[in-house]
Design a protein around this ligand. Structure first.
Ligand code: NAD
Length: 439
């Protein structure tokens, strides 16, 4: 029955009925198609206030054109530098810039607003003005979502080289399903990187790499030059081998909750260190709390939360993480908003966010970083299990009115994995099309 309703819904007649009822089909988002380096080819219109930011744009390989009012020039991305604002009256600059320039932005384009981290501002009015950028960003993202346009905010402690990598990412089609989000950049020295293959020479381990989001992460890290070790349970070995064969990766069939998992990883590394560790493997075992069997509770917390903590700790203790290792965990919107029937899953995923925040503090004076991604509704076998109408609602309840693709999460992971992302530590980046859930 569910499948019948689904095929009717997506048939020509069904879509025509929906359109007559005012339900619009979502706009197809532009995604990165292999042009290199990433932002080249996109026209970026920028309002840049300082020579320091001009230098960052050069470093980030972004060829921007300075916005001149009344200029009828189409572009795919826009950047406005609000980091010099100190007074409420200067926020008018946002209204003036976007009312003149936004008509020139193509569908599925990108807007980035740059501000100073409110925590790093000395004066109260400056801090308030910087915080105001966040409300503006979230609202403008909701307005521009209809055109498939993403609007994001970068908060920096100072305008400098550490901005290059996040700017390059948010101004490109690699971030199409991320909208309404702030990224906080600290003022660590930037590590120069190759924009073509930023992960060349790096070894990455991705858990749960046989299918879905994990397989997309493995492919994306490989595209960016990393040698990938894909880990999944022995029952998934065939699919894992297939994914790894595509990217000349190495399969490791083991369970992340088993006692010998770190030993297994160490054997595959064969004396090398791990540069990138992605904790992606995860499960759902949904039931309302009063009906939840003990093993649903335990399995979910063990796989989603205990294992990432244990494996990270064991690899660090065994000195198997390189000095500038990048650890990336997959959390979930469910951990932010909660969900009926997901007390176990949501606890595990907010636990992941807590793990990342604390571990990031412990690593702040080292070269290592740890960050998390909270996906919203992503089209995978996991979300295929959801009953049709609930799934359709989940998929549409965001500013872009559609579910994301596994590659959208993978692009976020690849951002945090880059050497130039050393200014990003302890972040929880939502890849959710600005989901209304938990907003
Ligand atoms: P999926 O079920 O398609 O894939 C998960 C993979 O993890 C599978 O290959 C599975 O075999 C592997 N795995 C499970 N237990 C394991 C274990 N003990 N040891 C090793 N591997 C194990 O799921 P997905 O949709 O690709 O999700 C990937 C991650 O993203 C999960 O952490 C999930 O919670 C998270 N997430 C997904 C969505 C979504 O909409 N799909 C949303 C938010 C978060």
């Amino acid at each position: 029955m569910g499948k019948m309703i689904e095929s009717l819904f997506y048939s020509k007649a069904g879509q025509a009925m929906l359109s007559a009822a005012g339900v619009k089909s979502p706009l197809e988002l532009s995604r990165y198609q292999g042009e290199n380096p990433w932002v080249t080819g996109l026209t970026v219109l920028a309002q840049v206030a300082s020579p320091e930011l001009q230098k960052v744009l050069q470093l980030a390989n972004i060829r921007s054109q300075v916005f001149a009012s009344g200029q009828p020039q189409a572009c795919e991305a826009m950047l406005i530098d609000a980091s010099h604002f100190t007074q409420v009256a200067q926020l008018d600059g946002l209204k003036v810039f976007f009312s003149q320039a936004s008509g020139q932005l193509k569908k599925s384009g990108h807007i980035v607003i740059l501000g100073l981290d409110p925590e790093s501002c000395d004066k109260v009015e400056t801090a308030a003005v910087m915080e105001a950028l966040s409300g503006f960003t979230r609202s403008y993202a909701k307005e521009m979502g209809r055109k498939g346009i993403s609007v994001n905010l970068i908060y920096t402690q100072q305008v400098g080289a550490a901005l290059a990598t996040p700017l390059n990412f948010l101004l490109s089609h690699r971030s199409s399903y991320i909208s309404g989000q702030p990224l906080y950049v600290n003022n660590k020295q930037n590590t120069p990187q190759d924009w073509q293959k930023p992960l060349a020479g790096k070894t990455a381990l991705v858990t749960g790499a046989a299918q879905g989001i994990g397989a997309a992460i493995a492919r994306t890290l490989s595209r960016d030059g990393a040698k990938v070790i894909g880990l999944d349970i022995p029952a998934a070995q065939q699919a894992l081998d297939q994914t790894m064969a595509e990217i000349q990766g190495v399969s490791l069939a083991t369970d992340i909750t088993s006692e010998q998992v770190s030993q297994d990883i160490s054997e595959v590394l064969a004396g090398e260190k791990l540069d990138i560790l992605v904790h992606n493997a995860g499960i759902t075992r949904d039931k309302t709390l009063s009906r939840m069997p003990d093993h649903f509770w335990q399995m979910t917390l063990n796989i989603n939360l205990q294992a990432p903590i244990n494996v990270t700790g064991a690899l660090e203790q065994a000195n198997l993480l390189s000095d500038d290792a990048r650890v990336i965990c997959i959390s979930s919107i469910s951990g932010i908003a909660g969900n009926v029937g997901q007390t176990n899953y949501a606890a595990s995923k907010s636990g992941v966010a807590g793990f990342v925040r604390k571990q990031a503090q412990l690593w702040q004076d080292t070269g290592k970083t740890i960050n998390a991604i909270a996906p919203g509704f992503i089209e995978t076998q996991m979300t295929d299990q959801i009953p049709f109408m609930t799934r359709e609602i989940g998929r549409r309840m965001n500013s872009l009115s559609q579910g994301g693709q596994p590659v959208d999460v993978a692009e976020g992971v690849a951002l945090f994995a880059q050497p130039g992302s050393n200014g990003l530590n302890g972040q929880l980046l939502r890849v959710c099309g600005q989901s209304l859930i938990g907003a």
